[in-house]
Design a protein around this ligand. Structure first.
Ligand code: MG
Length: 385
């Protein structure tokens, strides 16, 4: 029986993970859950899955939860999440906290030698080099939960790295693939939150609409599969059936297909290398008219190019990309800036940043702080205009 901890249990990936576990109680036991402030849902999860320990945002939230449930240890804050990530009774950690907040707990889990199911791509974008070196040092492994990387992971299984010509990440193109530049200027947060194929959290839905999500995924793929950015392509595939592909040197492509549902990659990560049943619908290929692929419009969606540029530059550049994006997306969700401003803010933050080569986590966190402060200043300037 595999003992599971979920960092971010009340979010979209956390809920889907629990759904998969519910169908496979012979294989998995939930030992620890970390959530933020959604106490109603966490309380339900505690009653249903009976973890030994949970962690919430802060002391005040922990006090409220303490009055509502007994028979579970309740921790709080970063210290609490780190305890969950490194808990002695846990074999496998699902890292599903959104954004830069996921970095330290994910690193803590790696340093404790836990196997990780990684949904938080921002950790690898910010500190890829440090994470890879800690994975090697602690002799443990990340199994990707991001659907594209899960697809690639499945396609390269059993193959030699030297035979891989290209990794091809597919992208749905988001809700605005067919809008022109002018129309993009008038998009609201509400419009952007309507993703055509995937049901996801707010930040990643906006990141998908700007294609920054795909940019992050290029960087994530570089670190996960030890590939240079030149060997990673992106294709728009609006049907979201082919989750990604690998091209080999004999010109063969291998692709992984299913209907778009995160419970697919989650169940693969949880029980890798075995496959288990999950609650997702069967892909009925005879009901699909066509599968189409096209190149992304980088002029309309410049964030993708910024991501390639950042990983080619290396050092703190990807960290600034992530930090400025996080601030810009939050400002857009609060209706403080327009859709187009997101990429403007990222571009300006990157242009103003002097790239450094981080020696340790503190250097990464310092760059993250700089990037967030810089982006916030630019947001305020835009608001004044
Ligand atoms: Mg993805």
């Amino acid at each position: 029986m595999k003992k599971i901890a979920i960092l971010g249990s009340t979010g979209s990936i956390g809920r889907s993970t629990l759904d998969v576990i519910s169908q496979n109680t012979d294989y998995f036991r939930v030992v620890a859950l970390a959530a933020g402030r959604n106490l109603d849902l966490l309380e339900q999860q505690i009653r249903m899955y009976r973890p030994e320990v949970v962690s919430v945002a802060n002391k005040e939230t922990a006090d409220v939860l303490n009055k509502r449930v007994s028979s579970v240890e309740i921790l709080s804050g970063l210290e609490g999440i780190n305890c969950i990530a490194s808990h002695d009774d846990v074999d496998f950690v699902v890292s599903a906290i959104v954004g830069s907040a996921g970095l330290i707990p994910t690193l803590t889990a790696i340093k404790s030698g836990k196997k990780i199911g990684l949904a938080n791509k921002e950790a690898l974008v910010m500190a890829g080099e440090i994470m890879v070196s800690e994975l090697n040092h602690n002799k443990t492994q990340i199994i990707p939960i991001d659907s594209e990387h899960s697809a690639i992971f499945q396609c390269i299984e059993g193959h030699n790295k030297k035979d891989i010509e290209k990794l091809v990440l597919t992208a749905s193109g988001g809700p605005f693939a067919h809008k022109n530049k002018e129309e993009l200027d008038h998009i609201t947060a509400e419009d952007a939150l309507q993703h055509p194929n995937w049901k996801m959290g707010k930040k990643i839905t906006i990141d998908s609409a700007t294609l920054m999500n795909k940019g992050f995924e290029v960087i994530e793929a570089c670190w996960l599969f030890d590939m240079p950015p030149e060997k990673i392509d992106v294709l728009i595939h609006p049907q979201s059936i082919v989750h990604s592909m690998v091209e080999f040197r004999d010109r063969s492509f291998l692709a992984q297909m299913s209907i778009p549902d995160m419970r697919g990659p989650i169940s693969y990560a949880l029980q890798y290398p075995d496959r288990i049943s999950n609650p997702i619908h069967r892909l009925e290929l005879d009901k699909i008219d066509s599968l189409t692929f096209s190149k992304p419009d980088r002029e309309k969606f410049p964030c993708l190019s910024y991501a390639y540029h950042a990983i080619q530059t290396g050092g703190t550049a990807p960290c600034i990309l992530n930090a400025s994006n996080e601030v810009a997306v939050q400002a857009f969700l609060e209706n403080r800036i327009g859709f187009h401003d997101i990429s403007v803010i990222i571009r300006r933050a990157i242009d103003d940043h002097q790239v450094k080569y981080p020696r340790d986590l503190e250097d990464v966190l310092e760059a993250d702080r700089w990037g967030k402060e810089k982006a916030e200043k630019i947001v305020q300037e835009i608001q004044r205009c």
